[in-house]
Design a protein around this ligand. Sequence first.
Ligand code: BJW
Length: 250
Amino acid sequence: MQSALASQVPAELRERFNAARNVLVLTGAGVSAESGVPTFRGGGNSAVWKGMPFDEISSARMVERDLPAVWEWFDYRRGILQEIAPNAAHVAIARWQHKFSGFSLVTQNVDGLHQKAGSREVIEVHGSIWRARCIACHERVGIPEHGSRPLDCNNCGDRLRPDVVLFGEMLPEGAFELAADKASECELCLVVGTSALVYPAASLPEIARAGGAYLCEVNPERTPLSDFCDVVLTGKAGELLPLLEDGPRL
Ligand code: BJW
C-alpha cells in the first residue's frame, strides 16, 4: 500500500522527474533542518546569539562595529556544524548529480552539508561558513580551526571576515549570474526548504518558470512562491525527496 506521503507525489511530477535531462535544485535552510541546523525564519529553532537575532549579528553593520563578535558567532556555528551530518534530503540531492545529464544545485546555505553529502560544483550564492575573505583585498582562504581572531590576510595584512553574504551585501561575483543561466535552461526546478523571501535567490524559481520549467516546492509551510508552483509537496525534505526516485536506490 502507498504511504500517505508517497501519495502526495503526483504521477506527473514523477514522470517529469524520470524523463528530465536538465534539473535545477534550489535549497534553503529547511534542507538542513532535519540535521539539526536552526532555520532563520520558521520551521523550529531560529538563530539567536547572546540575545541578538541573526539579522543583527549577521549584518554588515556588525562587521564594521564589532568584527570579533561576528567571528565568535561564526566560530560557534562552525563548532556545531562540525558535529552535524547530512540528512536524507542532502543525500538524495547528491545522488541526483549522477542521474541527470544536466544538473545544478544552487544553495543559499553556508553550512557545507551538501558537499559533506557528496554534492560537487555546488553554487553557493550566500558564501560559505568554512571560508574567510579579506575586508580590503577580498582574498579568500579556508578557515584555520585555531588562532587568534579576527585573522589577518596573508596577502595584504588587513583583517579577514567570514565569507558569507550579509543583508545589503553583493553576492559572490558571478554566482547569481551562473545560477540564473542554469535556471533559465532547466526543465524541472525543485525549490526545497526556503521561505523564498530573500532576493535575488528568490527570483531563481521565477527565472526557471519564465524559461518553461515545471516548478515544484518542497516545504512543510506555504511560502510566497507556493501559488506560483505547478506542484507543492507539503512536508519535510528528508522524507519527501527520496520518494521522487523510482526503482532501486544507489
Ligand atoms: C523545511 C523544513 C524541512 C523547515 N524540510 N523545509 C528585492 C526585493 C526586496 C528586497 C530585496 C530585493 N533584492 C534585494 C533585496 C534586499 C535583501 C532582501 O532580499 N531582503 C528581503 C528579506 C526583503 N537582499 C540582499 O540584501 C542580498 N543582497 C543583494 O541583493 O545585493 C544587491 C544589493 C546590494 C546593496 C543594496 C541593494 C541590493 C543579500 C542577501 C543575503 C542573505 N544573507 C543571509 C545570512 C547569511 C549569513 C548567515 O548565515 O548568518 O542568508 S539571511 C538568511 O536568509 C540566510 C539565508 O541564506 C537566507 C534565506 O533564508 P532561507 O534559506 O529561505 O531560510 P528561512 O529560515 O527563511 O526558511 C526556512 C524554510 O524552510 C521555511 O520556509 C520552513 O518552512 C522550511 N523548512 N523545516 C523542508 N524539514
